[in-house]
Design a protein around this ligand. Sequence first.
Ligand code: SF4
Ligand code: SF4
Length: 105
Amino acid sequence: MSNLKFNISSCIRATSKFSNCQNCVDICPVQTIQLVNNIPAFTPAECISCGGCVGVCPTESFSLTNFSAIDFFFDNLEKKNYEFSCKKDLDCCLSVLNVEYLLSI
Ligand code: SF4
Ligand code: SF4
């Protein structure tokens, strides 16, 4: 079962006719996010909860119910753990962390 939540009201593509963002569509490894009437829509039954769309969305429209990037970030800072892997530290792909989190860590 997918752990992904989509808040369409945060999606810049859905709220601005000038946006052509489709980062989430492009990164999804199982092509479960598609543009429907020019707005992203995802099929939960096909989602593998990798978190890729979470990491690339500029407006944090996607989130995983079992993962908080900000908690992960501060936990690792506190532990001074600067090396982590998907197998050891995460239940999803490292791509769930956006570039700002990775650079900050
Ligand atoms: S969590 Fe992964 S599989 Fe699910 S919609 Fe996002 S990119 Fe696709
Ligand atoms: S990456 Fe985010 S802002 Fe861009 S289309 Fe997908 S949900 Fe909308």
